[in-house]
Design a protein around this ligand. Structure first.
Ligand SMILES: [Zn+2]
Length: 226
């Protein structure tokens, strides 16, 4: 008996969200995650999201973000892949893709011991590479340049103020980005609620004349699309 099957015997895997047995998500939890079928603009840039934000998706984002749970991250990267496939179906099909993650604060990265948004973008990159013959790279072009507050308890206006001017483009990535075809660049986030992080990311890139082809998120608050 392998170590893996022995472990499964001793500790049977359960659904990431409920107590049902199985690895990853059980069918009943999976069915509660409702896919997004519409597309919106954020600052005239097309925005695709995988699923609507609800209790189940909240749980998965928390597990990936705060617990470094790779099964949860895998699921989020699947939602991002679905957004990506819809995005390229509507755009001139890029032969490569450059994924720019929305950055977390230094404090959050330090506390967690890993960069959640980077790991999520990497997971998406390997899915895209597997799914197609595209060259995919993750470029951590954006950084948080000052102290920002945790956004979760802020309203829309407070979020905008909190993030206004907070991102900048790392200078070492500027030449590379300037030479990348705009249609290949995608801004990546786990969840879009007010859109303030995305707007700030677009602003920072826009200052250098860089306009991504699209924005991709694993989840979106239903009110963004209402
Ligand atoms: Zn479940």
């Amino acid at each position: 008996m392998s170590m893996g099957s022995l472990l499964h015997l001793l500790f049977p895997p359960t659904c990431l969200i409920c107590e049902a047995s199985g690895l990853g998500l059980c069918t009943s939890c999976e069915e509660k995650i409702v896919r997004v079928t519409v597309v919106r603009d954020i600052e005239q840039i097309k925005f695709w999201a995988g699923a609507y934000y609800g209790d189940e998706l909240a749980q998965l984002i928390l597990l990936a973000k705060e617990k470094n749970n790779s099964l949860a991250r895998n699921y989020l990267s699947q939602l991002l892949l679905e957004s990506f496939m819809r995005a390229i179906a509507n755009l001139s099909d890029p032969s490569n893709a450059a994924l720019i993650p929305i950055p977390s604060s230094h404090a959050a990265n330090r506390r967690r011991g890993y960069r959640h948004s980077y790991l999520l973008a990497r997971a998406l990159a390997s899915r895209i590479a597997k799914e197609s013959s595209r060259d995919v790279e993750v470029i951590e072009a954006l950084r948080v340049n000052r102290k920002i507050a945790d956004q979760s308890n802020l309203n829309r206006v407070e979020r905008m103020q909190n993030l206004s001017g907070a991102y900048s483009v790392r200078s070492r990535h500027i030449p590379h980005l300037a030479h990348s075809a705009p249609e290949s660049i995608f801004l990546i986030d786990d969840l879009v609620t007010s859109g303030s992080s995305i707007r700030e990311g677009l602003r920072a890139l826009g200052q250098l004349g860089i306009s991504p082809s699209g924005v991709l998120a694993a989840g979106v608050s239903p009110r963004v699309f209402s």
